[in-house]
Write a protein that binds this ligand. Structure first.
Ligand code: NDP
Length: 434
């Protein structure tokens, strides 16, 4: 905190991990002696650069680009790129730090990284987004590679942005390699990658519910966000018989008292991914209530899936959710719950899955995309989905192994942090002081 006082999100992520790891570290002092903690919280490398681009009127703008290469102990750096005005170094360090543990949990050989820009794609034309992506990649291309660092999408970076960046990388380097994941199906993408984070989050939820002898059938599920993760979390929950009562965007929450229908889900996909519109339009189209400037957490539900952004669910929200009967929370987004909310969930023995476990399905299938590219093959959607399902189950088992408490309650936060830590820390120990 003294070294980087202006990075509250990074401090929050580090505090969450270190406080749960502390008893384990005291029982295993070899990690402390080897300075593993000090090394884990310091990125191996940070790249910051200028991204100049021209808008459709000929006006030049300058954004800031970043790549945080956090830890490569178990594989090349891997993690998404975020384009959002709130992006700064502290936000990307928190995301990169989380990514190190998450990638370790997937069982695949991937280190952790994260990057992006404070560029806002909202309201920009396709041509403007393309020029920005080309400028961003012109610099980033010097620092990434299929065996070095393989970025993917995140908030504000979807299929369109990945396509533009991949095209520019290929032009600059004159090679067709697996340097990005989340690619389109026509040029090396994997089936089920768009679905993977949302599906994986719901698969993980299913595993948690099994612990209490329950299933998703008939459960009321509150989802926040309406982007990539939220869309497929909602779809899979509906497939499994749940009643999805909300989605949200930065304008507020769209409430479905009777549950979202398949027709409404298809409308949402077109609205958000093709027309790039606001949920207010959907409220008008279907005569639904739009809860302006509100999150979904005051709506009575059994299960909450926060899938929008960091710190979107605070301590009061957590108390309201519990008072209204919510007994399970799985984080589709990264760090959507504040530290206070997390404490409230754990104290009340809510089934609570942190993002690094519950949303690891996205990066897991990105890892599978790299495998398919390396083999010059493409697996069927069924094959990828089966592997995703197995990975989510194995993450659940790892959390159970390290997180089960004496009364049988599984503390998934502790379980995920220790399981991820052990894998990375042991690799670091083996590789010496580097
Ligand atoms: P998208 O850009 O597709 O969607 C983001 C959604 O969250 C939008 O509905 C957006 O609303 C909302 N949102 C973003 N920022 C804010 C904010 N400050 N306040 C309110 N709402 C906000 O992103 P993804 O779905 O890909 O990512 C969502 C979360 O999931 C992020 O935390 C991301 O890091 C995490 N994640 C994503 C993975 C992936 O594979 N995509 C993998 C693992 C984690 P609006 O459009 O109005 O801004």
């Amino acid at each position: 905190k003294l070294r980087d006082p202006e990075q509250p999100e990074f401090h929050q992520a580090a505090e969450e991990v270190l406080s749960t790891l502390w008893p384990f570290l005291q029982e295993n002092p070899k990690y402390l002696k080897a300075g593993i903690i000090e090394r884990l919280i310091e990125p191996e490398r940070v790249i910051m650069f200028r991204v100049p681009w021209m808008d459709d009127n000929g006006q030049v703008h300058v954004n800031r680009g970043f790549r945080v290469q956090m830890n490569s102990a178990i594989g090349p750096y891997k993690g998404g790129l975020r384009f959002h005005p709130s992006v700064n170094l502290g936000v990307l360090k928190f995301l990169a730090f989380e990514q190190v543990f998450k990638n370790a949990l997937t069982t695949l050989p991937m280190g952790g990284g994260k990057g992006g820009s404070d560029f806002d794609p909202k309201g920009k034309s396709n041509a403007e987004v393309m020029r920005f992506c080309q400028s961003f990649m012109t610099e980033l291309s010097r620092h990434i590679g299929e065996n070095l660092d393989i970025p993917a999408g995140d908030i504000g970076v979807g299929a369109r942005e990945i396509g533009y960046m991949y095209g520019q990388y290929k032009r600059l380097r004159n090679e067709f390699t697996s340097v990005l994941t989340g690619k389109g199906l026509t040029y090396g993408g994997s089936l089920i990658r768009p679905e993977a984070t949302g599906y994986g989050c719901v698969y993980f939820t299913e595993e948690m519910l099994k612990e209490r002898g329950r299933s998703l059938e008939g459960q009321r599920v509150a989802v926040s966000g309406s982007g990539n993760v939220a869309q497929y979390a909602a779809l899979k929950a509906m497939d499994l018989g749940a009643v999805v009562i909300s989605v949200s965007d930065s304008g507020g929450t769209l409430y479905f008292p009777e549950g979202m229908t398949t027709e409404q889900w298809h409308y949402l996909m077109d609205l958000k991914n093709e027309r790039r519109g606001r949920l207010q339009e959907m409220a008008t189209e279907f005569n639904l209530e739009m809860l302006t400037n509100r999150t979904p957490w005051h709506l009575p539900c059994d299960i909450a899936l926060p899938c929008a952004t960091q710190n979107e669910l605070n301590g009061d929200d957590a108390r309201t959710l519990i008072a209204n009967g919510c007994y399970c929370v799985a984080e589709g987004a990264n760090m959507p719950s504040t530290l206070e909310a997390l404490d409230v969930f754990l104290e009340n023995r809510v089934l609570f899955a942190p993002g690094k476990a519950a949303n690891a399905g996205g990066v897991a299938v990105s890892g599978l995309e790299m495998s398919q590219n390396a083999m010059r093959m493409q697996w069927t959607d069924g094959e990828v989905d089966t592997k995703l399902h197995a990975i989510m189950q194995s993450i659940h088992s790892a959390c159970e192994r390290y997180g089960k408490e004496e009364d049988g309650y599984i503390n998934y936060v502790k379980g995920a942090n220790i399981a991820g830590f052990v894998k990375v820390a042991d690799a670091m120990l083996a590789q010496g002081v580097v």
